[in-house]
Ligand binder design. Structure first.
Ligand code: ADP
Ligand code: ZN
Length: 214
């Protein structure tokens, strides 16, 4: 099972990615999570990525491709994987094809979550996540049972530094300019499945599963 999940910021990609990877027992590879961990650990990558991410820009392709190449070479990714946040540019998509070319395994499925721009800013500015375990909440649609506290691990919930309105507008711009062409790239290859992401988490999950033929 090789799945790529694409969608604008705030489309519910990360939430769906976790559920799909659990269901198929494949690793959830999120470039956003990898970068945020690098920022927390103040690695060379983290120091370079931090200001770019905070402003809502894209980290350079060559860095991202290196990260993915290394991650996909790990043992747990040989039987399948779910990519969340990569590829985000056509250059990244082409490089990914080259990386996967030699590998045997099932075909790629690319699922795009469709969510109108008008909903994105609300979704993101009301998003809160757990600094410890990464669980994601929404103050209206998916609130924690106790305000400001993670249901799963009890750690405090915080807003991501790039979840302010200015950075969101910039991330949406980057999505339309750089990532929408990735969607067309996979459509042309006959790999694209389109899913309406404007519904409750469980409903969208059912749609994603159906799009994958499950
Ligand atoms: P979202 O989809 O909500 O914008 P992510 O967690 O996927 O959030 O990514 C957060 C940020 O990390 C992006 O705005 C970007 O700066 C950086 N990033 C993640 N993946 C990539 C990638 N493949 N290429 C370039 N930058 C990336
Ligand atoms: Zn937690």
């Amino acid at each position: 099972m090789r799945v790529i999940l694409v969608g604008p910021p705030g489309s519910g990609k990360g939430t769906q990615a976790k559920q799909v990877s659990d269901r198929f027992a494949i690793p959830h590879i999120s470039t956003g999570d990898i970068l945020r961990e690098a920022v927390r650990n103040k690695t060379a990558l983290g120091l370079q990525a931090e200001p770019i991410m905070a402003a809502g820009g894209l980290v350079p392709d060559d860095l991202m491709i290196g990260i993915i190449r290394e991650r996909l070479n790990q043992e747990d990714a040989t039987a399948g994987f779910l990519l969340d946040g990569f590829p985000r540019t056509v250059v990244q998509a082409e490089k990914l094809d080259a990386i996967l070319e030699g590998n045997e395994g099932s075909d790629l499925s690319v699922v795009v979550l469709l969510v109108p721009d008008a909903l994105i800013v609300n979704r993101i500015t009301l998003r809160r996540s757990c600094g410890a375990c990464g669980s994601v909440y929404h103050l209206e649609n998916l609130p924690p049972s106790m305000e400001g506290v993670c249901d799963k691990c009890g750690a405090p919930l915080v807003a991501r530094p790039d979840d302010n309105e200015e950075a969101v507008v910039k991330r949406l711009g980057a999505y339309h300019a750089q990532t929408a062409p990735v969607v067309e790239y996979y459509r042309a290859k006959g790999k694209l499945k389109e899913v309406d992401g404007n519904a409750a988490v469980d409903v969208v999950f059912e749609r994603v599963m159906r799009s994958l033929g499950v």
